[in-house]
Structures are given as C-alpha cells and as structure tokens.
Design a protein around this ligand. Structure first.
Ligand code: ATP
Length: 580
C-alpha cells in the first residue's frame, strides 16, 4: 500500500517540473505502482478533491479555520500561523514550515482519503469546530510536506496544474499505449469521473474501458459546438440535412433518471444542480421518461403567461444555495429539451440525431415547464436565414445547427454542431470565455478595487494558459467589489507557473474563474501570448474588450481554447483579404 508521504513527494516534484512530457512521465511512473482503489484516490487528490465533482463533497473550510487547525496541531498560536502565512504566501507552505521537518507520518493514501472524506461530510451545527478538530488531528500525524498538501486540499487551493487531458495521457502511458489515448478520452467523456476511469483501467486494462455506456447518475461530458462566422459557412461545413434549432440563452442541463427513479440535474461543469430547479425535477418525475435515462436541454428564465423567453440575467438570480423556494416563485423557468443520450439504460450516443429527437418527442411531452427546443429540418441557406430571423424575434440568441444524422460526440467540440449568434453579425469577433489570471490595481474612482483584469485562454495540448487581453470596460463597481472577495483566496505572490504573459500585473491569481468578454477584433501583440508559437513570436490580443458576465458554469479548462482563437484570427484575416 502506497503512503501519502510518497504522494506528497510526487506533488512536490510536479510543482517543480514545468515540462509537460516530464510531468506526464512522473505521474505515469507513480500511477503504475498503484492498486485500483489507490489510483482512484490519486485522481481525486491531485485536484484537491475527495470524490468526483458531481458527488458534491466539498470541504467548505475558511482560511481562518484551517489556520486554527494548524495552530492546534502544532501547539502554537494562530498569530504565529498568520505571521508564517504572510511570509510564505500560502497557508499550505506555512503549515509545512511549522511541522517539524520529516517527523510524523499520515499513513496510507487510502487512510488519508478516508479522513478527508470524513471532514468533507461533516455538516450541521458545530460542524465547523468538528472540521477544525479533525483537520488538526490529521495534521498532528503529518510530516511537513504532507501538511502542506493536506491544507491546500481542504482550502481548495491544490495548484498542481494537472488538467484532465494531462492526467489521462499519464494513465495511458502507465496502463496502455499512446494509441489507446482516444479510448481513455472516450471513456472519460462517457462518465466524467477520473477516479472511476482510473480504477477500471488498473483493474482490467484498457479493455475494461472499451464500448462503455453512460451510467445514469454519472454526468456525460457535454457535446459542444463549433462557431460559424456567417450562415453561409454553416452550409459549407454541414453535409446533408441539418436540424436547425433555436439557441436559447440560459443554463445547459443534463437530467438523469437513475435506476431507482431518482432525478438528478448536472451543469456544464458536471456539478449537481438538482436543488436549484425543483419545478423542473418535479416535471421530469411526472413525465414518461423511464428509469435509466439521460436527457439534455437548456433551462431559461421564462414568462409563463406571455410564453416568452426572458434574458439570461434573470436566470442568474436562480443560481443560489439558499432561499430557493422564494426565488422559484419570483423567477419562473422553462426547460427546452433538445437531446436524449440514454433511454431505459440503452445508450443512444451512436444513434443519429433525428432518431434521438424522435425518441425525445415520444418520452418527453411538452407541458408546464417542459418544452422541446424549436427546430426545423433543412439543408439550404434560405432556411437558415429564415430560422435565424425567427429565433431572434422570439428572444433566442441565435441558432444551433446540427447534423441530422450525427452521433452525440461526448466531450467534443466539432462541426457536427455549429452555433451562430446574434453578436456575430455586429462584430468581427465572437464572445470569449477567458480565465482571470491577474489584475491591475484601480486608481481614481476605482481606488481600492481592480482597475482591470488580465484574461487568458487555455491550451489543452500544452496544459497552459496564455494571456489574450486586459479588460476594464463593462465592470460595474458592484461587480468589482464582488470580484474582490471572489479573487482574494486565489491571490499568488507571482505569476502562476502555468500562465504565460508578457504583462506586468499588479496582482496575480490562480487560474480558476472564467468570465465572458466580447471584443472588436484580434490583432498581433508583443505582450500577449495566445498562439505565439504559430505566429513567429508575436501573440494574439483581443482589442476593445468588454466584460459581459461571470461564467461560473465553466471550469478554467473549458475556457475558449487557443486553437479556437487562432482559427478565428485566421478566418478574420482571410475574410478581410477576400473583401479587399
Ligand atoms: P455559449 O457560451 O455560446 O453558450 P458554450 O461554450 O457554453 O457556448 P457551446 O457548445 O459553444 O457551449 O454552445 C452551445 C451552448 O448553447 C450549449 O452549451 C447550451 O448551453 C446552449 N444551447 C442553447 N440552445 C441549444 C440547443 N438548441 N442545442 C444545444 N445547445 C444549446
């Protein structure tokens, strides 16, 4: 049985190593030495988690409480811990410094996972004190390096920078071959639980991951759309007939009815949002959807009397953990169902969209809060133009055009689904979902707040973030104040090792928060770094950016990718050359 100490040493090696191939090799060598349950545990602990994200096991521990636990374990004062925190920059490093070097031992990886799970599941009255005491006793057994990663885990600040795809590549290296990487990725897309993928491959080799079906209760990674510059591009990219659907501006949801009949709803980030939409859950419970089924749709704010779509901002009020009942009465919602992935435990991932849609119509009858997305079957530009005008007139944000015979490609952004939005008409560039990696301090009216945010795109292949722009426009004072508290726990003393930017920021953050911005166009820049390796040393920058909204439904790895931005730049350059 591997010790937690060995895992903490691996974490330290990963932190010191920046080369992606070296990081994969380190991880693969470690994974190779594990039993199935241990590999599952490592998949979670690497990201500072104790279970798959959709299990909803979170520590919910404030820095203050963790500081008290460290002081308790060490027999020193909270004051001393605080002093150490300000000299070391983060509480994990402070704990490492305070624990006597090399002494103590936390035991096995599985024991630590068990203890951490026990801390995460404490709830109710007095749970905060109980969490502090449990953490203190775990830390009392730990060596310095173990304490560092235990504290970072409970604070949600484990910043090892191992993205999902990097982890899967390491797993493939350890238990399969490079050519099996696609099989692992497909398995992970079918059930988004890296722990389960790890357990299965260690137990049964890559064969155990072939031809697997979605499991109700475990989210399927959502299929995503490519973006078209104009409607004509859609007709060029789509071969054969297409299902032209309205694109609703709300929250994507994947609804499961598991084998026991229980209903669960998952967000785009695969988090459990069942409690947020009780009226949708109830409507599905009364529908004809059988046990062992998964459907998808968009939840939007909706006026039931006028049968009218309402703006996205209204739906934001429903994103809450408390006072849900009051807001159910205040902000009405509707579900626009558009896909069916599993029906009565039969996978439909490889079934053509038109067939999936026919089954959806049969089992998910419209009525009450349930609607089916508006759609038409077509093949020509004129049909796209007509639907687009109708979609906008109905309050939708554009079109989602889908290959009628296409499968459901879990976790992939391809050209079987193509989106075209209202904004694309007015501006050269689309909106971008970017990660906050730094900020400039505000001056004048914004003194004490941020003046602007430095935003980056993600490159999954390199597992790194590249800066694209600095946004100040569109940020209200209220939002800036909210950002202060959202970003404070993510503060770093220097640029995060996975971030590349030529900007000298006043403040740096761990890449965690995603925001949506629009911009006028993409230009070459000496300080921003997106696609620099493809553009002879110059990076791409987004000009005249404007903040649109926070995208809490996206994880940093789901931000707009460097490849997408590069493609947009290429098509804008060739577009303007063609117009000249
Ligand atoms: P965006 O920021 O444009 O909403 P995204 O990055 O969240 O996009 P994409 O795959 O690029 O995801 O765009 C598709 C999104 O559009 C879906 O995630 C879903 O939330 C939303 N949507 C609205 N209507 C539909 C529809 N009819 N079919 C599929 N997706 C739809």
């Amino acid at each position: 049985m591997r010790s937690f100490r060995a895992l903490a040493d691996l974490f330290a090696d990963l932190e010191r190593t920046s080369s992606p191939s070296r990081r994969i090799a380190l991880l693969a060598a470690f994974l190779k030495s594990l039993r199935p349950e241990e590999a599952g545990a490592v998949a979670y602990l690497l990201r500072g988690q104790v279970a798959a994200p959709f299990a909803g096991m979170e520590f919910g521990m404030a820095e203050r409480l963790a500081a008290e636990a460290i002081a308790q374990a060490d027999g020193s004062s909270v004051e001393r811990v605080r002093r150490m925190l300000s000299s070391r920059g983060d509480l994990g490093s402070a704990a490492e410094q305070l624990q006597p070097a090399g002494s103590g031992h936390s035991g096995s990886i599985l024991r630590v996972l068990r203890e951490l799970r026990a801390i995460a599941s404490l709830s109710g009255e007095h749970s905060q004190a109980a969490k502090r005491d449990a953490l203190a006793s775990l830390l009392a057994d730990a060596s310095g390096i173990e304490a560092k990663y235990l504290v970072r885990a409970v604070l949600g600040s484990q910043r090892l920078g191992v993205a999902d795809m990097m982890y899967l590549r390491a797993l493939a290296k350890a238990y399969a071959s490079d050519k099996d990487a696609r099989t692992l990725e497909a398995a992970y897309s079918t059930f988004s639980d890296l722990g389960e993928v790890s357990r299965r491959i260690v137990r049964g080799g890559v064969a155990a991951l072939r031809n697997i079906a979605p499991q109700p209760g475990t989210p399927v990674r959502m299929m995503l759309a490519g973006r078209a510059r104009d409607l004509r591009e859609i007709t060029r990219r789509m071969h054969g007939s297409m299902l032209i659907e309205y694109k609703y501006d709300g929250e994507r949801v994947q609804i499961h009815r598991d084998r026991t009949g229980r209903i669960l709803a998952f967000s785009r980030r695969a988090t459990n949002i069942t409690d947020q939409y009780p009226e949708v859950v109830e409507a599905i419970a009364h529908s004809k959807i059988p046990k062992g089924s998964i459907l998808e749709g968009e939840i939007v704010a909706f006026d039931p009397h006028a049968q009218r779509l309402l703006p996205f901002q209204q739906l934001m009020q429903r994103r809450r953990k408390r006072h849900i009942e009051a807001y159910v009465r205040k902000v009405h919602v509707a579900l626009f169902a558009f896909d069916l992935l599993l029906i009565g435990n039969r996978s439909l991932l490889n079934t053509a969209l038109l067939k999936r849609r026919a089954l959806l119509r049969r089992y998910c009858r419209p009525g009450g809060v349930i609607h089916l997305s508006e759609c038409t079957l077509g093949a020509r530009l004129a049909e796209l133009e007509r639907c687009f005008t109708e979609a906008l007139a109905s309050g939708a944000e554009g079109l989602m055009v889908k290959a009628a015979s296409g499968p459901y490609q879990a976790g992939r952004r391809g050209w079987l689904w193509i989106k075209y939005k209202r904004e694309y008409q007015a501006r050269l560039a689309d909106s971008f979902d970017l990660v906050i990696v730094g900020a400039m301090s505000g001056r004048g009216r914004r003194a004490g707040l941020y003046g602007s945010l430095i935003l980056a795109a993600f490159d999954p292949a390199a597992n790194r973030y590249y800066s694209l722009t600095k946004v100040g426009a569109g940020l209200s004072d209220r939002l800036l104040r909210e950002l202060l508290s959202l970003l404070r726990p993510l503060r770093l003393s220097e640029c995060h090792p996975l971030v590349e930017s030529g900007i000298r920021a006043d403040l740096w953050f761990r890449p965690a928060k995603v925001v949506e911005v629009t911009g006028a166009d993409l230009t070459l820049s000496p300080v921003h770094t997106v696609a620099r390796s493809r553009l002879h040393g110059q990076g791409l920058a987004l000009r005249f950016p404007r903040f649109v909204r926070l995208r809490d439904d996206k994880s940093p790895e789901q931000a707009t990718s460097v490849a997408e931005i590069y493609q947009m730049y290429r098509s804008s350059v060739s577009g303007s050359a063609a117009r000249q």
